[in-house]
Design a protein around this ligand. Structure first.
Ligand code: NI
Length: 196
């Protein structure tokens, strides 16, 4: 795993992938549907899912499509305005998408690692976050089947980042005071520039 990982998109010091205008337009449209920093749902504790029905599977379907269009590798339901303990992720660009419902970290390693993270809800922000390298997570899939995920490296990081979203926690809360201050200032400036 590279030092620089970004749970929800390509990092700033990676060469940007060659994107055609259509892909870019689709990404921008997808990003417009993602709740941004300042939206109270990003700070709320999401509700456990208790019905594994077609509506839930439709949420998974929509979130997967949005994550794909936004060129992200993880997305949590609160980021699309749904207060559900549900997340989707795909670590390998062409790999399968996993949906975790009501995920719970059952075990995490004492070994930790620092890496830079971004977030679709925090445009242009990248901050260093220290997290356990390995985790074991119990969850259900979108059909209600129990699943156990043993993840390491980038996959473990993405899962932890997305579970944080279900608890109203953002990467800003997990970085140094200096990086947080800088990031919040950048977010406010960006907001002001877009309003003006
Ligand atoms: Ni995020």
């Amino acid at each position: 795993m590279a030092e620089h990982v970004d749970p929800e998109g390509p990092g700033p010091d990676e060469a940007p992938p060659p994107l055609d205008p259509e892909t870019l337009a689709r990404r921008d449209e997808a990003l417009r549907q993602v709740r941004r920093f300042g939206d109270p749902i990003l700070r709320a504790t999401a509700r456990p899912v208790d019905r594994f029905d077609d509506a839930l599977r439709e949420e998974v379907h929509q979130m997967t499509a949005l994550m794909h269009d936004a060129l992200g590798i993880g997305l949590a339901a609160p980021q699309v305005g749904i207060s559900h303990r549900l997340l989707v992720y795909r670590v390998a660009p062409d790999g399968p998408v996993a949906a975790l419902v009501n995920p719970q970290v059952e075990w995490s390693s004492r070994e930790e690692e620092v890496a830079e993270e971004g977030c679709l809800s925090l445009p242009a922000v990248h901050v260093e976050v220290k997290r356990p390298v390995h985790v074991r997570v119990r969850a259900r899939d979108e059909h209600g089947e129990e699943i156990l995920v043993e993840a390491s490296g980038l996959e473990a990081r993405v899962i932890q980042h997305e579970i944080d979203h279900l608890d109203g926690v953002l990467v800003l809360d997990r970085t140094s005071r200096d990086q947080r201050k800088q990031a919040v200032r950048a977010l406010r400036e960006r907001e002001a520039a877009q309003v003006a």
